[in-house]
Design a protein around this ligand. Structure first.
Ligand code: MN
Ligand code: MN
Length: 466
């Protein structure tokens, strides 16, 4: 058969690295250096939201609450309780013609401190934790962990905590049993081997010199915390303290072609979207970027995507662009398009049995589109309409952005949700569109630098398109 005809007929995806020149190669590496640097300072949703706001302000974005009127080209943001942020660049066309939305999430699986975390046992001090999101518990033991978050005192004073990242800081860890004594543990199912209640953080060992006191190590920790932060044990009840891996984002492989880092689900899509938005000037359709919280635990609550705070933000844009008629918000959503930018499970050759090779996302083969998530009968899926998939395909093909279309695992195996369905339920045309990841939800997740750059290009092309 004629080679050209064969090439045209068969949908074969090669590694993206084979299809670029040196200039693009350098652009990819440069972009990912910035990404890794940003990740090292943005491990939690609060840190990411604050850094996103700073970056946006440097690029001419203003708090929407400070604006009386909005006109095409104006750039605004809305920070929702320091944990999520929505940004917009007002388009030439009216909002009622529809928005172009890219939505990602900035929370990642981790361990949270319980409201009353500190205890002493066997003359060691511990913090009790409750894990956040879907984790494999054994992965979170015996690695260096840092503590990030806030403590709010009853008088409203806010103390920001970030300990374990600086080389001078101590780190923390969760211990595990030595192999010699682990016969019973090793015979258990993987998911039962480490109990959630045992994911307790080792935080101290030196007792206070006070003969009468029983819990001398705990008291010493409280004394140190009081000196450092001015807090007492009771102040933990109004804190949000998160344990995240203390290691830094690094290039992975002899060829430096991948990124290994904590929290790439979904900060890889958040960062690429944010960077792309910074370069958007006067788009045709208003460009919206959602960086949401609580995706990993079901998007509930007033900083999650299920809340109406996003609707309020769009209503504010309608009010301030002078478009206000009854029910206009519903119309806006029905005419809008969205890339739900969340990561996809990359094909892992070590665990190939869980994937359908023909319908998997592969590292370095570009941004992955999930027409639908859900499994076992597409249960709970937000299934993008074929017409919209074609529109997105056309956008990507026109801009020579490498993409692949996949499912998350085999039919009876996979699953997993994103924020796609929430916007789809409002009437928006939505497709999941993100970067394939290895070891998703593990303390160290792996992505391809090629895919990261393609994601950035895809989001930018989507916002530029009329
Ligand atoms: Mn995700
Ligand atoms: Mn996730």
């Amino acid at each position: 058969m004629d080679e050209n005809l064969k090439k045209k007929l068969i949908n074969e995806k090669k590694s993206g690295w084979l299809e670029i020149n040196e200039e693009k190669f350098n652009q990819i590496f440069h972009f990912c250096d910035g990404y890794m640097e940003f990740l090292n300072h943005s491990k939690t949703e609060r840190e990411f939201a604050a850094n996103a706001r700073n970056l946006a302000e440097k690029n001419g974005f203003q708090d929407v609450n400070q604006m009386q009127n909005l006109k095409p080209g104006d750039k605004v943001y809305f920070v929702n309780r320091e944990k999520s942020i929505y940004l917009a660049v007002i388009g030439e066309q009216k909002l009622e013609n529809g928005l172009h939305i890219v939505g990602a999430h900035i929370d990642s699986p981790r361990l949270d401190l319980k409201p009353n975390p500190l205890y002493e046992e066997g003359e060691l001090a511990y913090f009790n934790t409750h894990y956040y999101g879907g984790i494999k518990k054994y992965q979170w033991t015996t690695i260096p962990l840092s503590i990030h978050g806030v403590i709010i005192k009853a008088n409203g004073e806010k103390i920001t905590v970030n300990i374990g990242e600086d080389e001078q800081d101590p780190i923390f860890t969760i211990t595990d049993l030595l192999p010699h004594l682990a016969k019973e543990q090793e015979a258990k199912k993987l998911r039962d081997a480490i109990e959630g209640e045992n994911l307790d953080l080792l935080v101290g060992s030196i007792p206070i010199i006070d003969e009468k006191e029983k819990n001398k190590v705990k008291l010493n920790i409280l004394k140190i915390l009081n000196e450092k932060y001015g807090i007492t044990e009771e102040d933990f009840v109004s804190s949000e303290l998160e344990l995240v891996p203390a290691f830094k984002a690094r290039s992975l492989g002899f060829d430096y072609g991948m990124v290994a880092a904590y929290g790439q689900d979904d900060k890889v899509c958040s960062y690429t979207a944010l960077k792309a938005l910074m370069e958007i000037e006067k788009p045709q359709k208003t460009a919206i970027c959602i960086l949401s919280d609580k995706e990993e635990i079901g998007s509930m609550g007033n900083t999650g995507m299920e809340s109406h705070v996003f609707d309020y933000f769009i209503s504010e844009l309608l009010n301030k662009t002078g478009e206000n008629r009854p029910n206009l918000l519903e119309k806006v959503f029905c005419y809008s398009k969205m890339l739900s930018s969340d990561v996809d499970a990359g094909f892992d050759p070590l665990y190939s049995s869980v994937s359908d090779r023909q319908n998997s996302g592969y590292l370095s083969k570009g941004i992955t589109l999930n027409k639908y998530t859900g499994a076992r009968g597409k249960s709970g899926a937000s299934d993008a309409n074929a017409e919209f998939v074609a529109w997105v395909r056309n956008l990507l093909e026109t801009n020579q952005i490498k993409y692949q279309v996949s499912e998350l695992g085999k039919v009876d195996v996979g699953g997993g949700g994103t924020i796609a369905y929430i916007l789809a339920n409002k009437g928006v045309d939505v497709i999941d569109c993100g970067v394939p990841v290895l070891s998703m939800h593990a303390p160290y997740e792996v992505t391809s630098k090629f895919d990261i750059y393609e994601a950035y290009r895809a989001y930018k092309a989507f916002w530029v398109k009329d």
